[in-house]
Write a protein that binds this ligand. Structure first.
Ligand SMILES: Nc1ncnc2c1ncn2[C@@H]1O[C@H](COP(=O)(O)OP(=O)(O)OP(=O)(O)O)[C@@H](O)[C@H]1O
Ligand SMILES: [Mg+2]
Length: 368
């Protein structure tokens, strides 16, 4: 996977910018708040259709502008590709996004998955450990979607069903006479829900094996990391039926609180270090290391499943490490192209002869 050109127009703090990254390591440096992370964000967005730090498209549009445009051109193996994301403000709250791959508009966002694979390491990753289950589901969903577009479609479908079911629950609670419809929604929810659960179960088993090994390597065998799936379903032999039966049992409760409370939208991953939940037990350093082990597992899985090395995006991720550790980590990272943001260029100057530097200052990027 290789990115050769990036164009940003009215994206974050960029009015108009072209960047031509190279094969190997691309260091994006500059003072704080100049636009370094914004560049990585634009790449991640073209890869996953999501930002790594916001769910709102309006945050991405340059202040007072009507929309943004990102264009990325590159090569998959030797095959050229281009991705365009064009977002336009419709009202103060709604935006319209058109995504093109090789100049053809996509009819579904899922078609973007797998065109440009990337893995991001960023300070926000710690939220996977520190925050609630939704952050861990997000991590999982982004990873699985990149490899398996049908998972992305199942997620979309599931949330559509959930939205309709919640509206129905509210309606029944307020005296509506359509309680028998719940059964149909439960069936739909169970059918789509189980696709998601199966994929997650399968992936977590793979992540567990890889993250465990990575963590063992990084800590020289001192710490033991485990990733476990926490799901409402326990009997996986007859999943669809089990989820349906469980949904049936709690219908009255769901009506009472006017919300669906069972299914993969409530899943979680447990991250366990030496037998204890890392969230409450792990030190800051242990939590960071666990995240690195997880992220490396993500990279390995993408590479294994797609046969292509993902573009690596390291947002400030190495700045705390000394030169030797940086070197060890960069050696462990086996990619065609890596982007690293940092505030000081000199920390990387002795690392490798083959590094390209980009200086960012107030939303302007210069190759140096
Ligand atoms: N929608 C927007 N319109 C205009 N400017 C924006 C928008 N969103 C963010 N910015 C600006 O972009 C800058 C932050 O960019 P970015 O996060 O890339 O900084 P950075 O160079 O990575 O800094 P740090 O070293 O602190 O991480 C800030 O000045 C912020 O005000
Ligand atoms: Mg930054």
């Amino acid at each position: 996977m290789l990115i050769e050109n990036i164009v940003l127009k009215d994206f974050r703090n960029y009015e108009y910018q072209e960047i031509s990254p190279k094969k190997g390591i691309n260091i994006i440096y500059g003072r704080n708040a100049q636009g370094k992370t914004n560049i990585l964000e634009s790449i991640f967005l073209c890869s996953t259709a999501r930002s790594h730090r916001t769910n709102k498209d309006s945050d991405l549009i340059r202040t007072l502008q009507k929309g943004y445009l990102i264009k990325i051109e590159g090569k998959r193996d030797d095959e050229p590709f281009s991705i365009d994301i064009n977002c336009t403000k419709i009202t103060s709250k709604t935006n319209k996004r058109i995504i093109k791959v090789n100049d053809i508009s996509l009819t579904r966002t899922g078609q973007l998955m797998g065109v440009l694979n990337s893995v991001m390491f960023s300070p926000e990753d710690l939220t996977i450990i520190k925050e609630g289950p939704s952050e861990r589901r997000r991590f999982l969903d982004i990873l699985i979607s990149q490899i398996n577009p049908s998972y992305f479609y199942a997620l979309q479908e599931y949330f559509k069903i959930l939205k309709q079911k919640n509206a129905l629950l509210k309606n029944i609670y307020e005296g509506g006479k359509n309680k028998d419809l719940i059964e149909i929604y439960n069936q739909k929810q169970a059918k789509t829900g189980i696709k998601i659960i199966k994929e997650r179960k399968n992936f977590i088993e793979q992540i567990n094996i890889k993250a465990k090994q990575n963590h063992y390597d990084i800590t020289k065998g001192i710490e033991n990391l485990e990733i476990k799936y926490e799901c409402d379903i326990v009997d996986f032999s007859n999943e669809e039926n089990e989820l349906y039966k469980a949904l049936e049992k709690i219908t009255e409760k769901e009506i009472k609180i006017q919300s669906s409370i069972l299914g993969p939208h409530r899943d979680d991953i447990e991250i366990i270090l030496d037998g204890m939940n890392i969230k409450d037990y792990g030190s800051q350093g242990q939590q960071r290391t666990a995240i690195l082990s997880l992220k490396f597992a993500e990279m390995q899985i993408i590479k294994e499943k797609t046969g292509k090395k993902p573009v690596l995006l390291l947002d400030d991720a190495l700045s705390e490490l000394d030169l030797l550790r940086k070197r060890t980590l960069l050696d462990k990272i086996d990619t065609k192209q890596t982007f690293i943001t940092c505030t000081e260029k000199r920390k990387y100057m002795t690392l490798d002869d083959n590094i390209n530097f980009f200086y960012v200052n107030k939303g302007t990027v210069k190759s140096v």
